[in-house]
Ligand binder design. Structure first.
Ligand code: WTA
Length: 704
């Protein structure tokens, strides 16, 4: 065995030296109106009240029948929450608000072209649209409770309408991020065995009306290769009555929703009363192997959890105007644009396009015009807004009481700009740490009760008891300055129920590592392994360092190295491929691909762009690599494994560590010479990295 194989660098061994940041106190004005202003709430959600504490979240919902068991742990780790309870998610997000707020805007949709009028959709109108589309899905689409329907929809109001229509029928929706390719959509159709695809003809992004329907044809072709035949493609139109895609409609298969809808106008659909533990939706995410994971979320537990966290952590009151800039194609949008805010009966703003289009003031014009007072976005967007318009926020009269950052670690410096310039020093900030699998927040400060600390998410949220373990399962103590694997010691209502169709993978990926006794039905024996490295300061606040698996977080999007590598080797010239993260000032991390060629082929810019294109085709534009390096060979261990951490070190100009035990140590200098010379010529030498960033690079690929 080589040294590399014997002693991978473990998170727990990495000493993390970061500068302690100062606290920022929430403003008195915020505290005075906060939903969680009384510190008693911390006691109510203390461990001695678990799991009954979550009754408080479930009681935010309207139940058709109340549950008899709060948490059923009889088949761990397949937890069941609120067993015996029945409810309908669309009733909770729409119908029940009609009595008091039928004319309040549920959604305000802002099209990207500034000349197009903003659309406010009241709860009454949303109710009508959800019912009509539910009728269409049921009668024309022939879907029934428990079926899966895949959506490939952009940021248009038809997306939440489609979600809530499925929820009304007890049909499981699976939205694929609109920016994903047709092929990626097809894989998810096949995995979930959906017979219906709901898509759109076109949408605006960065000033262009993108043809989106064309991806449906690619998706169906891929699904067919994988053995799943789609019966119907339901096509919403960006401008009803006008078709803006070049792709032909296939007779008998493709239908315009606005046309079919004529038969369902004003129809009402009786909501199906679903068991709390019935699946509400699937959300696919990346992992260490190529096959995407369909995180299956429940109806009662999930909805209770997003309602509760929206109330206390987003501080949403029905009178607020709340704007989350995420895409509904990701979990953040599901939980904190659609289900959480609408369950609370507030106004949720949706924006179609790019926040800096047509200029860096756009986001702030929207906020000013609509009177947004709660703002929610990701570090990548904050960095971009700062870069393109550092002084723009001051030019607009909006006032935020509350802001969120989510999806990636935020640099303290970026945090301070967000606080001082975007928030004008008046808004609290919550840095919410969580994942697709979790349904809702795991780590955050309670905005009126805890001071903020730039770069740290804060403690575990209400009813969540995190712990950091080292590789041996020993607890890494708060304040030790050591990093380890952050885990959650207990189940919570928002946790996903399984990976769709892959229950063993669910157990293996998230629970086996730290399970103390596989025969135990005591939840205490089943900590949840999140797959993130973290450090806990003496004050109990967690700082999340990033993924410990082979996932690269690009602009808050999880990309699996295996998916990137499989896409690259679909190019006929490519023999081997390795994906590594490279520090990127805007997107946090970007992807660089290293590829080697099959014998008989030679390197050329064409081959490089073929690899980039293959990644776009297989995954989507968001995964486009920053660089593709064609190398003569990959650095490998004697057993033939590609040493990703070595090439990651080269790409980031950091120390590659000891390479003397590699099978081909001489290759390292060749690659370094080739890549770094070119990067210097292109002006791509990174700034000096922080100790944590250097540790991250060193640790990359250690899961191999
Ligand atoms: C990362 C997004 C630091 C983390 C909701 C996690 C974060 C992955 C934060 C999940 C944060 C998310 N600070 N890192 N506040 N929030 N992450 O599934 O590595 O798209 O495991 O869910 O993003 O990404 P996902």
């Amino acid at each position: 065995m080589t040294t590399d194989e014997q002693a991978p660098v473990s998170e727990a061994q990495i000493a993390v030296h970061w500068r302690e940041e100062d606290y920022y106190q929430p403003p008195a004005k915020f505290i005075a109106q906060a939903n969680a202003g009384d510190p008693d709430i911390l006691k109510r959600f203390g461990e001695d009240h678990f799991p009954e504490c979550f009754k408080e979240y479930a009681d935010l919902l309207s139940w058709d029948s109340y549950w008899h068991t709060t948490l059923d742990t009889s088949n761990p780790p397949f937890w069941k929450w609120f067993v015996g309870g029945r409810l309908n998610a669309s009733v909770n997000c729409v119908d029940r608000h009609l009595a008091t707020s039928r004319n309040r805007a549920a959604l305000i949709w802002v099209p990207e072209p500034e000349a197009e009028a903003t659309q406010a959709i009241t709860y009454q109108e949303l109710h009508a649209r959800v019912n009509e589309f539910a009728a269409l899905l049921r009668d024309f689409g022939s879907v029934a409770t428990g079926d899966r329907v895949t959506f490939h929809l952009p940021m248009v109001p038809e997306l939440p309408v489609s979600m809530l229509a499925c929820a009304r029928l007890g049909v499981i929706h699976s939205e694929v991020f609109g920016g994903f390719s047709g092929a990626a959509c097809g894989e998810r159709i096949a995995d979930s065995q959906s017979r219906i695809l709901v898509t759109m003809d076109a949408y605006y992004r960065n000033g262009d009306l993108l043809d989106h329907k064309v991806k449906a044809d690619e998706a169906l072709a891929r699904a067919r290769e994988l053995g799943v035949e789609v019966d119907k493609v339901l096509v919403w139109r960006r401008y009803p009555g006008e078709y803006r895609s070049q792709s032909p409609m296939v007779a008998g298969r493709d239908f315009f929703v606005d046309e079919v809808m004529a038969d369902h106008r004003d129809e009402l659909v009786e909501p199906v009363s679903m068991p709390a533990e019935a699946p509400l939706f699937l959300m696919y995410t990346s992992g260490t192997t190529g096959r995407p994971k369909g995180a299956q979320h429940s109806t009662g537990g999930y909805l209770a959890y997003v309602a509760g966290t929206s109330k206390y952590y987003q501080d949403i009151h029905p009178e607020d105007t709340y704007w989350c800039l995420a895409d509904i194609g990701w979990i953040t949008g599901h939980s904190y644009i659609v289900y959480g805010p609408l369950a609370l009966g507030t106004t949720s703003v949706m924006y179609e396009g790019v926040p800096t289009y047509p200029d860096a003031g756009r986001a702030w014009r929207i906020a000013e015009r609509l009177g947004v007072n709660i703002f929610h976005t990701a570090p990548t967007t904050i960095r971009m807004l700062r870069k393109l318009g550092p002084d723009e926020p001051a030019k607009y009269r909006y006032r935020f009481k509350h802001m969120t950052t989510v999806g990636e670690p935020i640099e303290p410096d970026v945090w301070r700009w967000y606080h001082g310039t975007v928030g004008k020093g008046e808004a609290v900030i919550v840095d919410t740490w969580w994942q697709t699998e979790n349904g809702g927040f795991l780590g955050s400060t309670l905005p009126a009760l805890h001071p903020m600390k730039p770069g740290s998410c804060g403690p575990g949220v209400l009813g969540i008891y995190p712990v950091i373990y080292d590789e041996t399962g020993a607890v890494v103590e708060a304040g030790s300055g050591r990093a380890g694997n952050i885990c959650i010691r207990n189940p919570w209502p928002g946790i996903f129920q399984t990976i769709w169709g892959q229950p063993e993978r669910y157990v293996d990926t998230y629970y086996v590592k730290y399970c103390r006794d596989k025969d135990s039905t005591d939840w205490r024996d089943w900590p949840y392994f999140a797959g993130d490295g973290a450090v806990q300061a003496a004050d109990g606040y967690f700082r999340i360092l990033g993924r410990v698996d082979d996932v690269i977080n690009v602009a808050g999007h999880r990309l699996g190295t295996k998916e990137l590598e499989s896409a690259s080797i679909t190019v006929e010239e490519i023999a081997e491929a390795a994906a590594v993260p490279v520090m990127d000032e805007l997107r946090g991390r970007a992807v660089e691909m290293y590829v080697s060629l099959k014998p008989g082929f030679s390197a050329s810019p064409e081959v490089e762009s073929k690899v980039a294109r293959a990644i776009e085709t297989e995954i989507g534009k968001i995964a486009r690599p920053k660089n593709v390096w064609i190398v003569s060979d990959m650095p490998k261990t004697r057993s033939g494994k590609i040493m990703r951490r070595v090439i990651a070190g080269i790409s980031n100009f950091t120390d590659v560590g000891d390479v003397s035990t590699l099978a081909n140590p001489e290759i390292v200098d060749d690659i370094r010479q080739q890549v770094q010379t070119e990067k210097m010529a292109r002006g791509e030498v990174p700034r000096e990295l922080t100790p944590e960033e250097i540790d991250e690079i060193k640790a990359f690929g250690r899961a191999e």
